[in-house]
Design a protein around this ligand. Structure first.
Ligand SMILES: [Zn+2]
Length: 713
């Protein structure tokens, strides 16, 4: 599996209502596709290409700020202090979606989420094959339908602290079959995995072999995975360092591994370059790679230590080493085939579906066309995107989204001035970091040039009627692409392959200091240049704030202005940050239903991002409105909300979702996001601006006295 360093961190995901397990589900399926044949030889490690240094960006954006796209200015003439009513299809759609969402029987000052979302929840049931449904799931569905119609039509009318500043290889944890470490201590989950694996092995053996023996061997593999899960570390503790390949080989002696790491990488490079004209990358004992050191030490211990295995009494000490190697062999074989099971014949898919149902509680299966559109988009997302962009995303939209995020950044910087817990020196560095954050908006420009696009996919040969082989070819293509990057200079404008432009999601990449807003998420109802800006700031502005704030949450703050993970805050400031954060931990640790609480510690990063993001977007709109006292788009028809109210409504509405109880339980147990109603209601009650916007009386649930409010940024 080749991807970029922690930059694809899952917590960067949309603050709308995706339970983390669903993200995992998507990630799992993405990984399946991304795992190449080569992973066969990778012992429970992901080999990852990383960007190691993010050189400071100049921060000079030549485009002017606060420019409203010309098309908008031309279309509407402001005529009175009241503003006009906007009657474009987009405004009418925006107004009607808001009207259908709102539940006027709920007092917004008591339960803002209920006020903003009950109507939506009532009208949307959870579709088959899904554990939950949200506004962004609906957008994903819409995009999929658009892609389907685009892909099915003839194509002839289409137009066209690391200090090296280069891509590197990373070895870090991975290689377990259940989506979360703590599932290995739940016997229902491990039994489901054992049954799934046994079915696959039996089927592969063509019904040969003793089912009991197969099950026993499978159980050994699951036990090994449990040990790997046991040494897995949370993201924030995944520290590492550079080692030469000789040093890595010393750390994990080759007699305990498949071969030496040096040889492995050498053969890997040769295998991939023998068909290309490019010279093979040379790996030797001095080649430096980045290693998640603490994990590898523990891993070596597990691999090396025969006593970690429960040997049956029939296995004599002299046979133990062979026995252990068999387990490792089985494990590696499973790791190699597992990602492909979903692409195999129906009975394999059935077995996998049964497993997914047991793990995630999903009912039903998706239609065939969905599988096809998703697979095409996943493999060739950047080639499919121009079709989508031509139809659904304009240059005006792209420019406007850029201007909005710049406004949010500027607002965040200004807010820093008022923070008394942040010392002046760190304040300057934080400002520098925010200026350095690179924004990727909509899509990378090269994809709109047919020739450049052809070059990008040149080595990916797709053959008709060869679904499975095409998946293998795609994975080889990805590995090769990433190997090509090894030791080359980091391209700051490089888009991660995992986020094609049609994705309905947004990301903050910790180590790259980069925010990504694919065109797929810059769509109605969340965003369009043809609806009032208060709504845009409420929907997508708060999401921009959220993603930017990840750069300053409890994990993001560890990365300095140039992307290095290092100590750059004095202790006093760190302590102040921690004590400010404690307020959130306490506030969010609330009971949801019998026996289930939100985990304030685990959800802290997201909560910091939600709170800081909301106020930054709110104030960014105020700054925007100073320059444009009357929104050129006018007022929404049929609604009498103030612009301030619209911002909060936009924020809440982006989180509307309906979730099965099992999914909520799972989120509370392992998720990094709090349930939607907690996210919305807690973030708004921390803001005096909210209580003011809705005229909340002093005893309202969502009007906290100043001493009870929490805030970090
Ligand atoms: Zn987030």
């Amino acid at each position: 599996m080749v991807a970029e360093n922690s930059s694809e961190d899952p917590r960067v995901l949309l603050p709308t209502d995706h339970p983390d397990f669903q993200q995992q589900l998507r990630r799992v399926s993405r990984y399946k596709k991304a795992l190449s044949v080569l992973s066969f030889t990778l012992l429970c490690l992901s080999v990852i290409l990383a960007i190691l240094l993010w050189k400071s960006l100049s921060g000079k954006d030549s485009r002017s700020k606060n420019t409203v796209p010309e098309t908008i200015n031309n279309k509407f003439v402001r005529n009175s202090s009241q503003g006009h009513v906007c009657l474009t299809p987009e405004c009418i759609l925006a107004a009607s979606t808001l009207i259908e969402s709102i539940d006027h029987s709920v007092d917004p000052c008591e339960d803002f989420y209920g006020f903003a979302c009950n109507g939506w929840i009532e009208k949307h049931s959870i579709p088959r094959g899904q554990p939950q449904w949200s506004v962004t799931d609906q957008m994903t569905e819409d995009n999929l339908e658009i892609l389907r119609s685009l892909l099915e039509r003839p194509l002839d009318n289409i137009e066209g602290t690391h200090d090296t500043n280069q891509y590197d290889l990373i070895i870090q944890q991975g290689g377990i079959s259940l989506p979360f470490e703590d599932f290995y201590w739940d016997s229902d989950k491990t039994n489901s995995l054992v049954s799934f694996m046994s079915t696959v092995v039996e089927r592969t053996n063509g019904g040969q072999g003793d089912p009991k023996e197969i099950r026993r061997q499978v159980q050994e593999v699951v036990e090994l995975e449990r040990q790997l899960a046991d040494i897995g570390m949370p993201e924030e503790e995944m520290m590492g360092k550079y080692l030469t390949l000789d040093e890595v080989d010393e750390l994990v002696p080759s007699e305990h591994m498949v071969g030496s790491w040096k040889d492995f990488f050498g053969e890997l490079a040769e295998l991939f370059h023998k068909k290309t004209r490019k010279p093979s990358i040379s790996f030797n004992g001095d080649t430096r790679i980045w290693v998640q050191y603490d994990y590898i030490v523990k891993l070596a211990d597990i691999v090396r230590r025969p006593e970690s295995i429960q040997f049956p009494s029939t296995v004599t000490p002299s046979k133990r080493s062979l026995w252990r190697n068999n387990i490792l062999n089985n494990y590696l074989t499973w790791q190699a085939i597992q990602p492909y099971i979903g692409f195999l014949a129906k009975d394999y898919q059935k077995a996998e579906h049964k497993f997914m149902k047991a793990i995630y509680g999903i009912q039903g299966r998706e239609e065939r066309w969905r599988t096809c559109v998703k697979a095409t988009n996943s493999a060739m997302g950047f080639a499919v995107a121009p079709l989508f962009i031509h139809q659904r995303f304009s240059q005006e939209g792209k420019d406007l989204a850029y201007d909005m995020i710049e406004e949010v950044k500027e607002t965040f910087k200004r807010r820093l001035e008022k923070l008394d817990w942040l010392d002046p020196q760190t304040k300057t560095l934080v400002k520098e970091k925010i200026s350095n954050i690179k924004t990727m908006m909509g899509y990378p420009d090269y994809i709109m040039d047919n020739k450049a696009l052809d070059r990008a996919y040149e080595s990916f040969k797709v053959k008709e009627h060869r679904f499975f082989q095409n998946q293998l070819r795609f994975n080889k293509f990805v590995v090769q692409k990433n190997l090509d990057l090894f030791q080359t200079k980091v391209d700051k404008d490089y888009w991660l392959l995992i986020s094609p432009p049609t994705t309905v999601n947004a990301y903050y990449a910790y180590s790259r200091g980069q925010v990504i807003f694919p065109a797929g998420v810059l769509q109605p109802p969340l965003f369009t240049e043809k609806q009032p800006m208060a709504l845009n700031f409420g929907h997508i502005g708060t999401l921009m704030g959220h993603e930017l704030l990840h750069g300053f949450d409890d994990i993001g703050r560890l990365y300095g202005p140039s992307g290095h993970k290092r100590k750059w805050w004095p202790n006093r400031t760190t302590n102040a940050f921690n004590s400010k954060s404690r307020c959130f931990v306490k506030q969010y640790s609330q009971k949801i239903f019998s026996g289930w609480n939100v985990n304030g510690e685990r959800t802290l990063s997201e909560n910091i991002a939600d709170n800081g993001g909301l106020i930054s977007a709110y104030q960014a709109y105020q700054r925007w409105a100073q320059n444009f006292p009357l929104d050129p788009m006018g007022l929404l028809p049929g609604l009498s909300f103030t612009e301030e109210q619209l911002i909060f409504l936009g924020f809440a509405r982006a989180h509307c979702s309906t979730t099965k109880e099992k999914a909520t339980e799972l989120r509370l147990r392992i998720g990094r996001h709090s349930p939607s109603h907690v996210r919305v209601n807690t973030a708004v009650k921390n803001l005096a601006e909210f209580a003011e916007a809705f005229n909340c009386p002093s005893k309202s649930a969502l009007r906290l006295s100043p001493d009870k409010r929490c805030s970090v940024w």
